[in-house]
Structure formats: C-alpha cells, structure tokens
Design a protein around this ligand. Structure first.
Ligand SMILES: Cc1cc2nc3c(=O)[nH]c(=O)nc-3n(C[C@H](O)[C@H](O)[C@H](O)COP(=O)(O)OP(=O)(O)OC[C@H]3O[C@@H](n4cnc5c(N)ncnc54)[C@H](O)[C@@H]3O)c2cc1C
Length: 331
C-alpha cells in the first residue's frame, strides 16, 4: 500500500470496503471492529502491512455508549460520533473488510492461520490480532433492552456522572456491583443495591468501603428483579422478595446492571490461553501464548476496560505484529 495514494473517502465504510480475498495470505488479520481493532488497523496500515479486517460491526461497545466524557480530545462526544471519527480514519486506507461476519473458529497450520466465519468465510494470515471485546451480561428482563441508555446503564465509570442527585438501583452483589456503588454514592441522591442471593459476594475490602457510607447505600438481598419499567425513560424497577414472594415497583431514575461481563472469546477457546474469566492472556506487548497471535482491548487480561486503554492496546498489537514479521524476514 502506498501512503501517498491514500484518499479520504467518507462514504460508509461497510458499504464501500472490498471483501478480503480467501486465496490471499495476508500479513495480518484484525478480528473485531471496536476501538482496539480499528486502532490496530490504522497502525498496521501506516506500516504498509497487507491486512484485512473481520468484524461483526464497527464501534463495538463504544457505539452503544450514549455519552463519553473521558476520551482525550473531546470534553463530550456521543459513542456514535466517536465511532464515525474512528471509521473516517480507517477509511483512508483501502482495507478489505469482511463486515457483518462473526468469527467462529481459528486454525493454525502451514505457517499461517485460517479464520472461519459464520458466513462461510475462510481468510488466511501470518499474524492475527484478536480484538473481539466483551459484552455485558444482561439481566434479560422486560424493559432492559428498551430502556438501555435511557436510565438503564452498565458502565458506572462512564455513566455515573449522568445520575447526579438521582435515585438509582444497582442489580448485583459482587465486586462490580460494589464498585458501582462506590462510584454512584458520590453523585446520586439515593443508591440501593439489589442482590438476587442472600450473600453478598464482593471482596470484604470493597464491602467495607461501601459500609463507610452507612445508609447512603442501602442493600436489599434476595431481590429478584422482574422488570424495568418506564415510558421512554426508567421510572421504576419491579422486584420480588424471594423470601415472601411479595412484588413491588420501586421508583427509580436509573438501574445499573452489574452482573458481570462476558468475553467474546468463544472462537478462541482451545486456540490461545484464556484465564478463568475467558479473557485472552497477553503480556505487556500484547503477545498471546501462540507466536504470531496478539490480543488487544477488553477481550484480554489487560485491566481497566476503557476506550482509551483499548485504543492504546490496539496500537501496541499492530506494532508487535509488525515486529514479529520483520524479525522473521516475512515483511
Ligand atoms: C454502556 C457502555 C458505556 C461505556 N462508556 C464508556 C465511556 O464513557 N468511556 C470509556 O472509555 N469506555 C466506556 N465503555 C467501555 C468501552 O466501550 C470499552 O472498553 C471499549 O469499547 C472496548 O473496546 P474493544 O475494541 O476492546 O472491544 P469492543 O468495544 O467490545 O468491540 C469488540 C468488537 O468485536 C466485534 N466482535 C465481537 N465478537 C466477534 C466475532 N466473533 N467475530 C467478529 N467480530 C466480533 C464486535 O462486533 C465489536 O466490533 C462503555 C461500555 C459500555 C457497554
């Protein structure tokens, strides 16, 4: 690829991109389309690597975020606008993209990797960047999907400031629920934790930190969240007391679902090392245990899942893949 011939094309990335050639052996295949993957593509393209991308969508979790206030360069930006900015930057390069396809499996052999997709695609490369991210575990109750971004939230680090002086509930009783409580108690008027179980599973140190706020964080155990209610915005959360069977609707401005995240690592199980959270284990240079395979962003063991961290890791992964190929005389 010749950087001098790069032209800015602002039409839709998905519609315009050519598809990867199954007969080609690429230098690099980037799997995923979130901040980590898009940044990896940018860095690899600028290194003139012959690369392609396989992704289900663009933006990933970032595209689902209504308001972002902690990405440098923007005091405020919506997730969709920031995704468009990332897409514009990727679009400068004529990268083949298998879009709307989910990676289902990865195989290794004959000095290359083969990536298979749910659309019957099979693409080959000498290096891979795994960047398929995470998804929040959903409660799966009525109202949750409909009111997501309208009072239903998942990321306290990102969204707590939007609940200033509001009445919020947190569904969950583990570490992420208690971490959410610590974020929310500083801004919200009223914070109540709803735990399905009788026991609170968070680390004692986190529980003690929350206890220091006394009644400002209320804790209700054995509460089954049945529904999140509201007309265009959260108005109440419907719960059932598992001891008595009594049902009631508790007035609410917001509900944080804090029952954990799930890694999109299913296609990589048995191919690279995963930890107990099914995250891809990487070292500080994004290397996995399989030479030539790198991991970036929320999918990996790197802590603190944020856009700025995923973009940094995506950049590192592309540079690491480049170094890998250069040092083997493959570029
Ligand atoms: C509601 C919400 C609000 C947030 N707010 C903020 C915020 O304000 N600030 C902040 O810094 N962070 C925020 N975050 C966290 C941030 O969005 C993530 O840390 C970041 O998006 C992770 O980027 P990633 O590229 O590693 O993974 P993801 O964003 O998870 O992207 C993964 C990509 O891989 C694709 N993919 C998944 N599986 C497959 C597959 N099998 N085959 C092909 N493609 C696949 C997905 O379609 C997606 O494109 C928020 C997250 C959420 C959910």
């Amino acid at each position: 690829m010749d950087l001098a011939s790069v032209s800015v094309n602002l039409t839709d990335l998905a519609a315009e991109a050519k598809r990867p050639d199954p007969a080609e052996v690429y230098d690099l295949l980037v799997l995923g389309g979130g901040p980590a993957a898009m940044t990896a593509v940018l860095y690899a393209a600028r290194k003139m690597m012959k690369l392609a991308m396989v992704t289900y969508d663009f933006g990933g979790q970032m595209a689902e975020t209504s308001e972002i206030e902690n990405y440098m360069g923007y005091r405020f930006v919506t997730g969709l606008d920031l995704t468009d900015k990332f897409k514009e930057q990727v679009q400068q390069f004529d990268i083949p993209i298998a879009w709307g396809q989910k990676v289902t499996a990865v195989r290794r052999g004959d000095g290359r990797f083969t990536v298979e997709t749910d659309q019957g695609g099979a693409f080959q490369a000498r290096t891979l960047i795994l960047a398929t991210g995470k998804r929040y575990r959903l409660l799966g109750v009525p109202g949750e999907k409909e009111l997501a971004g309208h009072g239903v939230a998942y990321c306290p680090t990102c969204d707590a400031p939007f609940f200033k002086n509001k009445v919020v509930f947190i569904a969950g009783g583990g570490n992420s629920a208690f971490t959410a409580a610590l974020d929310l108690v500083k801004v919200a008027r009223d914070v109540t934790m709803l735990n399905f179980a009788a026991d609170w599973q968070a680390d004692p140190i986190l529980q003690q930190a929350v206890e220091r706020f006394g009644d400002r964080v209320k804790r209700l155990d054995q509460q089954h969240v049945l529904a999140i209610e509201g007309n265009g915005r959260v108005e109440s959360v419907r719960v059932q007391d598992r001891r008595t069977g009594e049902e009631r609707s508790l007035p609410a401005d917001g509900v944080f679902i804090e029952i954990g995240l799930t890694s999109n690592s299913e296609p990589f199980a048995g191919f690279v090392e995963l930890n107990e959270k099914k995250e891809v284990v990487v070292d500080c240079a994004t290397r996995t245990n399989v030479p030539g395979v790198f991991g970036a962003g929320d999918l990996t063991t790197v802590p603190y899942k944020q856009i700025v961290i995923s973009t940094g890791e995506g950049a590192k992964a592309a540079l690491a893949a480049y170094d890998y190929l250069i040092h083997r005389g493959l570029l």
